[in-house]
Design a protein around this ligand. Sequence first.
Ligand SMILES: Nc1ncnc2c1ncn2[C@@H]1O[C@H](COP(=O)(O)OP(=O)(O)O)[C@@H](O)[C@H]1O
Ligand SMILES: [Mg+2]
Length: 277
Amino acid sequence: MTLLIRRKTPGSRPPKPRSSHLESGSEVCPKYKQMLFTGCPKQRTTFERIHLLIITVGAEKGGVSKTRLATHIAVLAASTGTDVVLLDTDRQGSATSWSRIRNDAGVAPAITVLSLPPNPLKELISLSGKYELIVVDIGAQNYRTMMECALVSDLVLVPCGADQQEVESAMKVCDDLKQKGSNHEKGEIPAHIVLTRVSPLSNATATAELRAMLRDEGVSVFDAQLAYRTAWLTTGKSGKAVHELKGKERSPKAVAEMNAVYEEILRRINADTKESC
Ligand SMILES: Nc1ncnc2c1ncn2[C@@H]1O[C@H](COP(=O)(O)OP(=O)(O)O)[C@@H](O)[C@H]1O
Ligand SMILES: [Mg+2]
């Protein structure tokens, strides 16, 4: 499955926004998007979108895999020809550091990262004509930015491990996103928890119990998950993605898990259309 976004026509302008759902003071609504889907829903393996797609990866907590997830989404999208930019809103600049290492080492595709925009929401708006996909990496404790970006996102991913405090925090984030949903153009923010750093055992009781608890709480959780695997640590110092690692560093299971997460992203975005064939 690939992410296929229609190339911008040189010189073309985005159509005028229908209405702004942003708070007063914002000049323009970034959701002036039009979607063109191909094929029947069952057959859809690609989508084409004019203008822009925004995926925000955020959580209240640090160290939960926000940056790993955001950088990998960017690499997988870029690898299939999508014009993608990563917005690093974290003062720690981990995504920026990762891309610097990557681009200095000449790893292809190079990933463009914009660091610490003073006003991330405005930056999203101004980038809307320049890229096809923006992946936003939110810094820990950067709640305001997460909420602002979530309101204009097509997908919000909240990484969370099987740790009590992480789970409590992720559920609070999901609650807050739910509360703000009426300000999203779809009437709700398309937010999902992605389980990360969970047990590598496919039948781990702790993971199954966590999933059951989140389901009972009415929180949407990705079916795909990322287990704790040392390959993820290697990606930071090499500027690579797990599927780009070779030899002893490579973990086919980490690659398969990340691919599954990426495919679920595409599936959920495609499923979000009311279009029928
Ligand atoms: N699936 C995983 N398995 C093992 N280590 C991981 C995994 N995901 C992330 N890590 C490690 O956890 C640390 C934090 O990840 P990072 O993506 O920087 O988190 P955040 O952006 O949420 O602070 C890093 O050292 C990273 O290598
Ligand atoms: Mg980070």
